[in-house]
Write a protein that binds this ligand. Sequence first.
Ligand code: ADP
Length: 164
Amino acid sequence: MTIAVFPGSFDPLTNGHLDLIRRASRLFDQLIVAVGQNTSKASVFTPTERVAFIEANVQDLPNVKVQIESGLTVSFMRQKQATALVRGLRNGTDFEYEQGIAGMNRSLAPEIETVCLLADSQYQFVSSSLLKEVARFGGDLSNLVPPVVAAALVDRLESGRTRD
Ligand code: ADP
């Protein structure tokens, strides 16, 4: 049985993330979406809120679990006996970034393989950071995020509140 982990900040979940989750869930026996904190990004939604957004949208995928992860991804993966680390690539910038992380992870845990899936062309421009910028100015995001996320973005960002 092959267990994969898809780590990320998911702040918040986008349709691009969801597409990747669906596609990865078909490649592995079990997929754990690990919601973590990217230390170089301030978050708008709490880890619990981010998990709830994902759980609400993977109900039809029985082999997908969502968990909060706060340490090193490879340590979490070893605990779970996961051997594949899934990430998404939208463009060359993602590639360079992922290449660095994958190299470090390989050095820390050579038994873990990073598997990068190419973003679907319709989501290549979709990033949580850009969506938050657009939401702050009241832009319509309903075709880029699930409805529960669109509502939460309006509620959180249009009223000017942020959280760690
Ligand atoms: P992180 O802060 O760890 O990069 P993100 O939530 O921004 O977390 O992204 C998690 C993963 O999802 C990354 O591998 C990223 O490249 C991928 N990803 C983000 N947006 C998309 C998208 N639109 N299509 C495919 N993959 C994506």
